[in-house]
Design a protein around this ligand. Structure first.
Ligand code: HEM
Ligand code: PLO
Length: 482
């Protein structure tokens, strides 16, 4: 029996008019950890008031699946907030847009385009390998120095989505790329904070200052997107679709001439915001997972060694890794799964909203936060959840992959499931296998181990850290593989 069929409402935190549950929500922990702690007192599911909004917090996988899968359509709404409205021109994108015919149409269209360019063709593999190769070359030239890998990782990942969205790429030191790094961090630091501002005073927000930063960053981003859009419009042809932006333009023109799709809302704004979503999600999520992977590899040299042994025996040194090797490298795959478990990119997903009354307990408009952190750190489901153990995703012989529990949803599930899962997994596999085939990663002498606590925001990012990337024996003479 699910919670929705229960005729009692979930327990609610004490609340006062206007300020909601503010007083019972004092904590030094970030929201996902604090919501997990409240579970001890209130149970796996409880509600609270954020200002005037009722919010249900879900902390186990049974309830999470009721909301995301069984009643997925009922809970497919998104709340409107001041910051996401600024980012998306009042919800004209996919991720932060409420459920509507326009949203459905956009999601389908982008899904189709991603299949066409991302997963269906060999070209995306070539692009990822080109970027991996260029990143490895740069690391080769930085032997015996302490490197911050973040800019190079970000450039590699950015160039993959750039190829996909715009058929373009950035060279090292390109001023447009540097500008993008800046505005994107500004957006990550400020967007979506306001949905929690009412109740999390310890996030130490200065909303007006944050809003100023957000608006400035969004305006820089929008100019960049607008420029790409104008360029694409200028050399648009009905017959060739080079990238996502061409597909969107093509669909827009076609729908304008077609009675059945007219009025579905393919305005210039929608088109720009949709590309902005894919570009933003494409860059920030994958980069974050790569940074976390390196943090954990540095903390666990024995895991790194095992991956390298697997790479040496299954691929060797005479060729670079390919997507077709994925099935032969279970230990690397298990490591990627474990990184996505222990540090989920989006620990509270994006808030969901009930589109109608549901059974006894949920009223239309109720917000639902699925605490993925609780699912991934549930002691009833995972042995020692706070430890990094890739082996939990392998059978006893260590040969085949498995999921030890269903309490694992790094990409969400159902109607709002991540659109980029397949692309992200290809990138994670190729970037990590290329890097570990050639380098052993460690802390530079005299530096501390990287911090394992994340910075909570719209994505859970690691703190900055430096790496010593040492070429492995045999690669010194052979820095450019065939
Ligand atoms: C949504 C995870 C990479 C595009 C989401 C959600 C999660 C997620 C948890 C929210 C689901 C919900 O609210 O229920 C991840 C992780 C990634 C990743 C862990 C990397 C490892 C990507 C990439 C793209 C992308 C590479 C783009 C190509 C999107 C979009 C949505 C989304 C557009 C919004 C879907 C909607 O609201 O309908 N992702 N994501 N993601 N993701 Fe990803
Ligand atoms: C990242 C910063 C960009 O400048 C804008 C942007 C667009 C889409 C967002 C993304 C940011 C953060 C990660 C999000 C993504 C949509 C889906 C994804 C929220 C804010 C996740 C993990 O849910």
């Amino acid at each position: 029996q699910g919670f929705l069929a229960d005729d009692r409402s979930p327990p609610s935190l004490p609340s006062l008019p206007i300020i909601g549950s503010l007083l019972s929500l004092k904590s030094d922990s970030p929201p996902h950890v604090f919501f997990q702690q409240l579970q001890k007192k209130y149970g796996d599911i409880y509600s609270l008031m954020m200002g005037s909004h009722k919010v249900i917090i879900i902390n186990n996988h049974h309830h999470a699946k009721e909301v995301l899968l069984k009643k997925g359509k009922t809970f497919a709404g998104r709340p409107r907030t001041v910051t996401t409205d600024i980012l998306t021109r009042d919800g004209k994108d996919i991720a932060f847009a409420d459920y509507s015919a326009t949203w459905r149409f956009h999601r389908k269209m982008v899904h189709g385009a991603l299949c066409m360019f991302g997963e269906g063709t060999a070209s995306i593999e070539k692009i990822i390998c080109r970027e991996a190769s260029s990143m490895c070359e740069i690391l080769t030239n930085l032997q015996s120095t302490a490197v911050d890998m973040a800019p190079e990782l970000t450039r590699a990942v950015t160039n993959v989505v750039c190829a996909l969205c715009f058929s373009s790429s950035y060279k090292r030191g390109d001023p447009e790329f540097e500008a993008m790094l800046q505005y994107s961090q500004g957006i990550v630091d400020t967007v979506a904070k306001d949905s929690l501002v009412d109740i999390f005073p310890w996030l130490q927000m200065f909303p007006n200052e944050d809003l100023r930063i957000l608006k400035r960053c969004v305006s820089i981003r929008d100019k960049l997107l607008q420029k790409k859009y104008e360029e694409h419009k200028a050399d648009y042809s009905d017959n060739i679709q080079r990238d996502l932006l061409d597909v969107l333009l093509h669909t827009k023109r076609r729908s304008e001439n077609n009675a059945s799709t007219q009025g579905v809302g393919l305005t210039d704004d929608h088109l720009l915001m949709t590309v902005g979503d894919i570009f933003g999600a494409g860059v920030e999520t994958t980069t974050t997972v790569l940074k976390w992977s390196i943090v954990y590899l540095i903390h666990h040299p024995q895991v790194q060694k095992k991956i390298q042994e697997e790479l040496d025996s299954k691929i060797g040194r005479d060729r670079h890794p390919l997507l077709s090797d994925r099935g032969n490298l279970p230990y690397l795959e298990a490591t990627i799964r474990e990184v996505l478990r222990i540090r989920p990119v989006s620990p509270l997903l994006i808030p969901h909203v009930a589109l109608s009354n549901c059974e006894y307990t949920v009223q239309k408009g109720t917000r639902v936060i699925v605490n993925l952190w609780s699912l991934h750190h549930d002691e009833k489901e995972w042995k020692k959840p706070e430890l990094f153990i890739p082996e939990r995703f392998l059978d006893e012989e260590g040969n085949s992959l498995c999921y030890p529990t269903p309490s694992y949803l790094p990409f969400g599930a159902g109607v709002r499931v991540c659109l980029g899962e397949a692309l992200a997994k290809m990138e994670l596999f190729l970037f990590l296998s290329w890097t570990l085939q050639r380098f052993t990663l460690g802390v530079p002498t005299g530096q501390p181990l990287p911090d394992l606590h994340g910075k909570f925001g719209v994505v859970l990012q690691p703190q900055k850290y430096k790496v010593d990337a040492k070429l492995r024996p045999g690669w010194e003479k052979n820095p450019k593989p065939h």
